[in-house]
Each structure stands twice: as C-alpha cells, then as structure tokens.
Design a binder for this molecule. Structure first.
Ligand code: GLU
Length: 468
C-alpha cells in the first residue's frame, strides 16, 4: 500500500514555526518510505481565510524545499464533494437537521456551565426534528454514538480513548450552508487516500469525532500521530508574537533555510545529536515513532547561534555571491571582486544572519560621508590631523600590504607619535569604514587596495580641514 501523508494548513494567518514543523514531519515521513506528500489548503472558514496567507504557505514551502506530489488542493473549491457526503449521511440517517436557535443553544450552554458541566448539545433535534415544519435555517449534525468509547492508537502517544457520551452531535454543515472542519477533513482524507495523519496535538479532540464519522461510513481509519506543542525557551507557552511570527520573517532576516529546517526537525525528534543535520540525509532515516511526546522548546537566540555557526563553517563563495546579488540590486557601484570577497570573509564569522552580513558588507563597501560625520565630534576632541597625516604618509610609502606588515607599521607610528594603538585603530576605522567598531584594523586595511584605502583617508582629512 502506498503511504500518503498530507500537510493541511488553514490560511488564517502567516505560517509559523509549529506549522512548519508539521509540514517537515509529514514530508519527511512520506519521503522516508517513498510515499506521497499532499498539500491541502483548508480555507472553509471563509471569514478568517485570506488568499495572501495561502500564497505565503506556498512561498514558505518553496523556500524550505518541502515539496508535494499532489495539490495544493483548496477546500473551498471542493464544496460540492462535501455536500455529497452530507447528503449520504442525511439519507442514511447518520446525520440530522438541527433547528435549534442561537438563543436556545446559548441557554443550554449557560445551564451546563452553572451546573459545572462541560457544555454539550443535548440532542434535542436528534429525536424531534421529524415532527418539525422546516423553518428556513438549520444546521446538520452528525449522530455521534451514544454509548461506548472511541479509541485510537496514536503513533506518538499510544492508546487514546474518549467516551462517546463526552462528544457532541457535532455540526457538519452550518446554517450558512458551509461544511465544517471535521467533515471536510474526513472527506478529503478519504478522497486523497491519506494513510497517515500527522498534525498538531491541538487536534487530538477532533480525532474521535473524525473516526466516528469514518466508522459510520464504513471507511478505513488512517493512522494518527499528534505532534506535541512547541514552548518558549523558558518552558512557558510561546508569546503571541513568537506564535504568530511568520516564517517569512526568518527568511527576510537572513536565516538560511537549511539551518531552519535542521533546527526545527530537532524540536521534537530525538534521533540526531548533531547541532546541524542535513535534511537530505534524514529522508531515509525519519520515523514517526522517534518523535518525542514531551513539548519541545524554541529558542530564537539558539537558532541564530546555529545560523552563525553554519555561515562560518560553510564555503564562503555562496555568501559572497549572495551578498553581491543582494547589494548590487539596489547599488550599481557594487563590484564583484577581491574587496567584496575580503569584506564578506571578514564578516562571515561575525554575522548571525545573512541580513547582518549584507548590512555590514554594505557599510564597509560604501563608507558614506554621513557615517563619517557622525564621528566628527571624536575627531574634534583629538588632534586628529596631526595623527592621520603621518599615518597616511606611512601607508602610502609602505611596499608590503599584508596583515603583519600593517600591524608593525601601526606599532611604529604609535611609538613615534606617542598615541596608543587603540586610538590609532579607532581613527583609522572612522576614516576607512565610518564605524567605531570592526574586526582587527590591520585585517580591515588589507581588504582594500592601497589606492582605495588612501582615498578614503584623504577624504576624511579634507572634511576635517573644511570644517575647522
Ligand atoms: N487545518 C488544520 C490546521 O491548520 C489542520 C487539520 C488537520 O491536519 O487535520 O490546524
């Protein structure tokens, strides 16, 4: 039998960390056993679903290289199919029309709550509807078995049982004519021949309801696996912001897709111990049974750390090209060459995201007058010209252009001018980069060719002379 899994997000908000983990697990499982992976957009909650969120689901899946063999199926385009099933359930008296008004249901709920009971539909129309003259509005409810229990074996949690008396006669079609989530899911899972339902644990309560409908239709029951929730790093619930942070924000902030996937797969899957895992290698190894039952903790700082580690230990070429492409789009002066290579290599080990890498590279490459002007107060407090001009001369005269030669040269100037190396470095940073901080100044100097470096220093001396 072909194994078929599905990722079935609702486009009611941007796709976030929990959904991506579900997508990754449904995909990895399908790939691990040469099964099929289906993408299904569950948009029947018309008031909350938005096309822009459906688009962002597809964008995220593409960015992360989580592919699918069928779909995206769109539930709102399958309403006729859901109605077919609702008609079958009605015709076979497995479902019934419910004419209860909002007011009646509201009162019932209140009464249950004041009695300390869990609110539940009392089955009023299950027994009475046949004697009704149909008024305009009605919902359709499924006849949940009254006695017994619904039990299923969850691939992550083991056996889970619900007493049927705890379950409502759930609405499968609302009075506005739209089918509800549980009905759509079972119809789709049947039509798409889903064998394994892997989803978030918030759906555990829906599972017995879905199984009851499938049993009523004498249909096969898929295997279920409910993935535990993701908590924040302190072990508390993720903040609203963390819960809703779009994965695309991670993309724009310069996290690498392979790092994100590697980090996410480990949020709940115990099999690998390495900090960074290659998802392609996992395709053969993944199994649902190794998903942990306990909640896992999401730590953004740790994710950034892993990203930095990855940037630092992988080939620089990719980052040089990335930075070049990114920066040359809006800045035609950007040239692909040794300066860019030097700058990117210098900042690779210091940047936790691609965004920071391109920002630092951009600043170093361009070094605008406005960033230098920010430090004019500093140049004013010391006799900067008397220091910069001799440095300029020494740099112009030197024959060698290596880190060690420049380091010795700065030492020499420090002694002859009686100024600390720190102060010289600071002055040079301002002149060359328009920044007060940077990696080692000798390293920075050698990234630039002599001509460019001297022209930057000259520009600052001219600015100082002009101002004072
Ligand atoms: N659409 C549901 C959600 O986004 C998932 C339903 C399912 O996997 O059965 O939470």
């Amino acid at each position: 039998m072909k194994i078929i899994t599905r990722f079935a997000p609702s486009p009611t908000g941007h796709i976030h960390i929990g959904s991506v983990r579900t997508a990754l697990y449904t995909w990895l499982y399908a790939r691990s056993i040469k099964g099929n992976h289906i993408l299904r957009i569950e948009d029947t909650d018309l008031s909350r679903s938005k096309p822009k969120y459906s688009e962002s689901i597809v964008t995220v899946m593409n960015w992360l290289n989580i592919d699918w063999d069928e779909g995206p199926y769109i539930q709102s385009k399958r309403l006729a199919r859901y109605n077919d099933y609702i008609c079958i359930l009605l015709a076979t008296r497995l479902a019934y029309k419910c004419y209860c008004t909002k007011e009646r249901l509201g009162c019932l709920r209140k009464t249950h709550l004041t009695q300390g009971l869990k609110p539940k539909y009392d089955g009023y129309c299950r027994y009475k509807s046949s004697s009704y003259n149909d008024p305009k509005e009605y919902a359709i409810r499924f006849k949940t078995p009254i006695d017994g229990a619904t039990t299923f074996s969850d691939n992550i949690r083991g056996s889970i049982s619900f007493r049927n008396e705890e379950l409502d006669d759930l609405i499968i079609k609302r009075s506005n004519g739209l089918p509800t989530y549980n009905l759509c899911v079972i119809v789709d899972d049947l039509d798409m021949e889903i064998t394994h339902v892997i989803r978030g644990e918030e759906h555990i309560n829906n599972t017995p309801r879905q199984i009851n409908i499938l049993n009523a239709l004498s249909s096969p029951i898929p295997i279920y696996a409910h993935v535990p929730i993701i908590l924040g790093k302190t072990g508390k619930k993720l903040s609203k912001r963390e819960q809703t942070t779009s994965i695309l924000e991670f993309k724009y902030n310069g996290l690498l897709p392979e790092v994100l996937l590697s980090y996410i797969v480990k949020l709940g899957w115990t099999y690998v111990n390495k900090e960074i895992v290659n998802i392609r290698n996992l395709k053969a190894m993944f199994n649902i049974k190794s998903i942990r039952r306990a909640p896992s903790m999401f730590d953004y700082e740790k994710l950034l750390w892993v990203n930095q580690h990855y940037i630092n230990y992988t080939s620089g070429l990719y980052y040089i090209e990335y930075t070049y492409k990114d920066l040359s789009k809006c800045n035609p002066i950007f040239k692909y060459g040794s300066i860019l290579k030097g700058i990117v290599s210098l900042y690779m080990s210091r940047s936790s995201t691609l965004k920071l890498l391109t920002e630092s590279s951009n600043q170093l490459y361009i070094c605008s007058s406005s960033s230098i002007s920010e430090y004019m107060y500093y140049l004013e407090t010391m006799d900067s010209l008397a220091t910069i001009e001799p440095i300029y001369k020494e740099l112009a005269l030197t024959k060698g252009w290596t880190i060690s030669i420049i380091a010795v040269l700065i030492q020499k100037i420090s002694i002859s001018l009686n100024i600390t190396v720190c102060n010289i470095a600071m002055l040079l940073r301002i002149c060359i980069l328009g920044k007060a901080e940077s990696p080692g100044i000798s390293q920075v100097i050698t990234i630039f060719n002599k001509e460019l470096l001297l022209s930057r220093i000259k520009k600052v001396t001219t600015m100082i002379k002009y101002i004072y």
